[in-house]
Design a protein. Sequence first.
Length: 101
Amino acid sequence: MKPIKTKHQLRAEMEAEMEAFLARGGSVQNYEQGESGREANAPLPTTIESQKQTRTPVLDEIKAIEERRKTPAKAPRASRTNNGSQKKLLVDDFGEPLRWV
């Protein structure tokens, strides 16, 4: 099983990575609260509208399904033995099948 790092260990790793970044000459930029990375007048991206798909007509399929619903289904045949008696499923108190009688 892979050992899980504690919060203290994760914080120590992040702190070491930040110290290494700053030691290599990296810098951190500070921004005021509410300041945005977008330009003031740039419009929002329109990714949703550009991905619209055309609809596939399915009226013929719907009509076929409705027609099948209107026709009555055939009744299933009852399974009978040679002597004409019908088998019944015997179940226990919990509804689990035991055997056919």
